[in-house]
Design a protein around this ligand. Structure first.
Ligand SMILES: Cc1ncc(COP(=O)(O)O)c(C=O)c1O
Length: 379
């Protein structure tokens, strides 16, 4: 077996960062303000400066970021919230937590993101079932923003709010609008494997709405009111640890360069593999942060491709092998009329290749050569 390539190489990033993260953590250990210390407020200010959102509210993880927004919006039983099924479970999980109904919408086969036509049909179908459509969670899968012009036309027309699940896309943009400034609110994740990740769990909410921001700040600390023991509402405990904020402050400084590297690597993948498999498509005017580089392999035996690549020392992953509407926890929830044929097909066709800013050209050439050989062998 050849030497193993990393799928995401956090050790290489750590070498690139040098001692700055260690020093930042040490500063927290010395001042001792482990919860809501000064690094948390600094990070929130820096995140707002980076993405242009008026309010950045850090929290415990990306799932809580989604939940905090839904709680602030008062989502409840009888409400329908529309989301894709080709996503990580958290997107629908938070809707179900609140007793509301996730209604699964199909995705576009070229971008993997919410299909605006399927959304329109789903809203009508939800009303027919006696549900009250209240909002949409659009997911920016693999780092590319969803088709927001068309989605926003529908949410505006139908009087729904729009929440962006940007767990994978923080740092990307859609027609000059940075992720974090689209919709009524945006949730992101700082899970270590995300494009901007910390060294544990972390997340954030972004919004321009002062009232919403105030409610979310309260909700993340047990619904705190005027002081620590005044509870204005039922909330949760979801704060970003000061140590994680300190890590993110340092990582945010190198993030723009990392995004450029990811983009360079994705372009090279497209050039080297575009004739052999279906390469991902980025919408006109959009940018991606390439949380994943995901190909489609119609007509190939994906298991055989993966096995071939494993022997060649090239790790791969499938996001997502079973869409949520086929999972035990979610299959009783409604889907778009006619089901989700595109989500089903993509789940059977997709494969993600190693993607991180420290992938060298030599490693990439090895990956693409192995991939081309695997595709020939599995055709
Ligand atoms: C699309 C999507 N939504 C939500 C989440 C949840 O984020 P976290 O793991 O930080 O709770 C993730 C990441 O895992 C994700 O990929």
């Amino acid at each position: 077996m050849s030497s193993q390539i990393a799928f995401i190489d956090l050790a290489a990033q750590r070498r690139h960062l040098g001692p700055v993260v260690d020093e930042a953590i040490l500063r927290v250990l010395e001042h001792g303000l482990y919860v809501m210390g000064p690094e948390v407020a600094q990070l929130e200010a820096d995140l707002s400066a980076f993405c242009g959102a008026r309010y950045s509210i850090s929290c415990g993880n990306g799932t809580d970021a989604l939940a905090l927004i839904l709680m602030a919006k008062g989502v409840k039983a009888g409400d329908a919230v529309f989301c894709p099924a080709l996503t990580f479970a958290a997107t629908a999980e938070v809707i179900a937590w609140l007793g509301a109904t996730p209604m699964f919408v199909d995705v576009c086969e070229d971008t993997f993101n919410l299909d605006p036509m399927s959304l329109v049909a789903s809203i009508a179908a939800a009303r027919d079932r006696g549900l009250k459509p209240v909002g949409v969670i659009a997911v920016d899968l693999f780092g590319q923003p969803a088709n927001y012009d068309l989605i926003e036309a529908t949410t505006a027309n139908e009087g729904l709010w729009l929440l962006c699940d940007a767990a994978q896309s923080f740092g990307a943009s859609y027609k000059e609008r940075p992720v974090g400034t689209i919709g009524q609110a945006t949730a992101t994740s700082f899970f270590p494997a995300k494009p901007l990740g910390c060294y544990g769990d972390g997340g954030a909410v972004f919004t321009d709405d002062a009232e919403l921001a105030g409610i979310i700040r309260s909700l993340r600390i047990h619904g705190q009111g005027t002081d620590k023991y005044d509870n204005a509402r039922v909330g949760m405990n979801s704060r970003l640890d000061t140590i994680q904020a300190a890590v993110l402050l340092e990582k945010l400084k190198i993030f723009p360069g990392e995004i450029r590297a990811r983009s360079r690597i994705a372009t090279r993948y497209n050039e080297q593999l575009g004739d052999f498999a279906i390469a991902p498509r980025i919408l006109e005017g959009a940018t991606s942060v390439w949380a994943q580089y995901t190909l489609r392999l119609p007509g190939h035996d994906r298991n055989a491709v993966q096995a071939f690549l494993t022997v060649a020392g090239v790790p791969t992953a499938v996001y997502y092998p079973v869409p949520l509407h086929r999972q035990a926890a979610y299959r009783h929830y409604p889907t778009a009329p006619g089901g989700l044929p595109v989500s089903d097909r993509l789940a059977a066709e997709v494969i993600s290749l190693p993607m991180h800013p420290y992938l060298t050209e030599a490693m990439q050439d090895r990956i693409t050569a192995a991939m081309r050989a695997a595709l020939v062998a599995s055709a």
